[in-house]
Design a protein around this ligand. Structure first.
Ligand code: SF4
Ligand code: SF4
Length: 498
């Protein structure tokens, strides 16, 4: 058997080690791969913990525990998966912009648009205390006066044309409707959906539709329209009545649970063409995740439930502080353990935070940017301004162009240059960065006043949660690899926007 020659000096690269199903694993940062360690690879990595070493010395120290040929082969394998590297110095992080987006490139480089979020209104019939659209943390930097309250059909038409133009070679475009309360502008949905479908068909493309709503305006004819058009629906809801009515209230202070839940039940009964998900905002006063999950999945009947901590400045009463993040992590872990039990038996569980992370791990996602904002995902304001994402729609400081004039490529490239993970020095030593990449720009803007700032207030939570999902992934890989095959087969679904 022949093996490649071993380099003159070898050293460890970055990884996070963990144990799952009684076996040792490493999450390899350079390749974003999960790697099961056999005895020889574990011994080599342990030896390299003390620093780089010459191969001859390594072999000398590890034989006769392992044969020379086994050590050669294991070193080759560890080099291949990027667990180790040749040479003394770590190579600088490559700053790879997306295909076509080069620093200093001529304007006009195409980054295909995958998902367009259309803010069809900035009005809402609720007045949720923590809302980033209406609450204390609203972005108020619109230099050009107030934005239109409702998108017009004309702007919706221009937005669809823009989306199909910017989709480039993509065969499917994802169009998500958002607000305010999305259903307050139902006429624009009723116009935009058939228009988008017709225009896409003429171009040999198709459009996947989805929306987010608080459910209070779901009437039977609206539900019928959503079902007929296979519109994916995400309901913003925080849990049982006592939890929901704490923050999700009408303008007169009345809680929304009693209005929303019968309508949600009707939606779940009548809209069977797509699974319906719930999206929960967690606050310092609302962290009983198991109770919320039970209510939404078992008592109401949602297919899946996803949770996200509230985005807010740290001094708000409802902001989650360190102890809250610890408690939240415990709750997430407990529900994740239940998810694992289900997955081992090929049963659907519905805790979407785990599933989403497992999919990213399985696909070896290594993010140069935390999300698609400003890349494959953009938000469009009521008057047709194009922004990083829906949360920035209408903000002049985060505008990338308009649906009429297109994207200003220099602004886009400047944004991408300033937000690349290679420039987030706070993250440069963090093993979780392939999946986190510094976190949400909107969260960073709200917390630190700077979209390029790493979200350092939740690092422990992110690393703890990533570690949990890695362990679940590894256990499934060992005990039920069939479960993970769904991630090979699944088509891209529009990200759940919130
Ligand atoms: S924000 Fe924190 S957890 Fe995320 S990559 Fe940076 S250092 Fe790691
Ligand atoms: S993660 Fe934040 S910046 Fe990215 S799309 Fe979502 S809200 Fe926008």
């Amino acid at each position: 058997m022949t093996t490649a020659p071993i380099a003159t000096t070898i050293r460890r690269r970055e990884f996070h080690s963990f144990t799952s199903a009684g076996k040792p694993f490493a999450y390899l940062v350079p390749s974003a791969a999960v790697f099961e360690l056999d005895d020889a690879s574990a011994a080599i990595l342990a030896l390299l913990e003390n620093g780089p070493i010459a191969p001859a010395e390594l072999i000398g120290q590890l034989t006769p525990r392992f044969s020379e040929i086994e050590l050669h082969e294991t070193v080759d394998e560890l080099l291949r998966v990027q667990a180790i590297a040749a040479g003394l110095d770590a190579p600088p992080l490559p700053k790879l912009l997306p295909i076509g987006a080069q620093v200093g490139a001529e304007p006009g480089m195409p980054i295909p648009l995958t998902t367009m979020v259309l803010n069809v209104t900035n009005q809402c019939n609720l007045s949720c205390t923590y809302c980033y659209e209406y609450g204390e943390d609203k972005i108020v930097d619109t230099e050009n006066g107030k934005k239109a309250k409702f998108m017009t059909e004309e702007t919706a038409r221009e937005s669809v044309d823009f989306m199909l133009r910017e989709a480039g070679p993509n065969r499917t475009a994802h169009l998500t409707f958002f607000g305010g309360e999305t259903l307050m502008n139902l006429p624009v949905l009723k116009f935009a959906i058939p228009y988008a479908r017709e225009r896409a068909a003429a171009l040999g493309k198709q459009v996947d539709f989805s929306l987010t709503t608080n459910a209070t305006l779901l009437r039977p004819e609206v539900i019928a329209f959503l079902a007929e058009n296979r519109v994916g629906v995400t309901i913003s809801i925080d849990g049982p009545k006592d939890v929901q009515d704490q923050f999700r209230v009408f303008h007169n202070g009345m809680g929304s649970y009693e209005i929303a839940v019968p309508k949600i039940r009707e939606l779940l009964t009548r809209h069977r063409s797509r699974p319906i998900g719930a999206r929960v905002t967690l606050t310092s006063q609302n962290l009983d995740i198991r109770k919320i999950f039970r209510h939404l999945r078992d008592e109401i009947g949602f297919y899946e439930v996803g949770f996200a901590p509230v985005t807010t400045a740290s001094n708000r009463e409802y902001a989650i502080a360190d102890a809250g993040f610890d408690y939240m992590l415990d709750q997430f872990r407990s529900l994740a353990a239940e998810f694992l039990e289900y997955a081992l038996e090929d049963r659907h569980h519905g805790f979407s935070n785990v599933k989403d992370t497992l999919e990213e791990i399985h696909k070896g996602v290594s993010k140069a940017y935390p999300c698609g904002a400003g890349l494959g995902l953009m938000g469009v304001s009521t008057d047709g301004d194009v922004a990083l994402c829906h949360r920035f729609a209408g903000s002049d400081s985060h505008k990338l162009g308009t649906v009429r004039d297109g994207i200003d490529r220099l602004v886009q490239i400047d944004f991408l240059n300033k937000h690349h993970i290679a420039d987030k020095t706070d993250c440069s030593q963090c093993w979780a960065r392939p999946l986190c990449s510094g976190g949400c720009y909107h969260e960073a803007h709200t917390r630190y006043g700077d979209t390029a700032h790493a979200n350092l207030h939740y690092c422990e939570w992110i690393r703890g949660w990533t570690d949990t999902c890695l362990k679940i992934y590894a256990e499934l890989a060992v005990k039920n690899p069939r479960y993970l095959q769904q991630f090979d087969e699944e088509e891209h679904e529009a990200s759940q926007v919130n």
